[in-house]
Design a binder for this molecule. Sequence first.
Ligand SMILES: [Zn+2]
Length: 368
Amino acid sequence: MNASKDIVVPPVKKTTSAVASIPITSMDDVFAKIKVGTKVSVLWDDGIIYEATVEAHHKTITANIQIIFTNDGCHSIVKMSNQSIKGYGIVGIVSDGSATKSTKRLHDEAASLEASSTSVFSKSSSKSQKKKKKKTTASTTQSTTTTTTTSIWPGSGSNWIPTHTNWGTRSKNNFGCGKCRWRPKGCRGCIASAESYVAATPLMVRGMIQFPIPLLKDYNERKELLTTVLLPRFDIINGPQQCSNGYGIIVSSAGGRPFLQGECIIDSSVVYMQRPAAYGKAHLGEYDYVALGSSISASSGYFQLRELALGHCALSYYVNEARNGQMPNAEFSTVRTGGSFEPKFCLRALVDICPGEELLVHYNNSTA
Ligand SMILES: [Zn+2]
């Protein structure tokens, strides 16, 4: 062992005691070597170690350290791991740039989506909505459409074709299904199945936020975040400076609080899709998706801002682009918080934005 080498703490399983296997002294050493730009190993609470780069200066070993993940450009704030109360944080320094990472999550996203009802949000009308719309609860006579989503992919020259579950909007000459991992080129099954597919056309209300149908399993949390975090800060307005016949997002005047430079607010109405960004590009409109990371060909997934066939429209969809020489004052970004490795879409202020001012981003279909 060469004591002068950078320390790389071996992967630590979440179930084992990270504290016990990483003596405080070595964490001090690791911490002492961390500067802005240093590549570090970050143990997440999924038990996997990821590589990230330190983004901002830090003063003490117990301070929050701003990092950006290497594989997808997602931002996060962590502590040194054995100081962390949340079970995730920096556990070492990446010495050769090729160290840790891993991606092993391929949930079947079709998994547990519940059945549905439309939900439409807008701040302006939320009060008046309170007393009405109890409608849907009454008739839950939904015939349980537990389609026999075959347990195994049938093999050997069968005529198997996938169901259209969660297909949503599809463009003419592109395909994709769970079996072929949503590659737009598709497979024999989904190409055949596409012939009989007709996308739904739910009611879309312009200028409103709508969650997709069927509702997401974390719908209640998203709705809560939307009404308590996002809508108090932003207003959807008609006829902003950019585009006199469209919509835009302004910092709420009612709150009287500016959107401060560097501040990051999660848009819980945006949905992360575990499908390659190429799928989003192939099937959705130009402003309806944003790739995670820097490349739309990456397999890392994309954020869905609007999905016409699923009746989905996020607040961020209404954010306009800086044009005609205007400087963007905000950006689409991603953050990762504890509890899940799934990235979250957020709006980040590049400068202080006063109440009443419109958010303008540089739009390029990616978050990096
Ligand atoms: Zn397919």
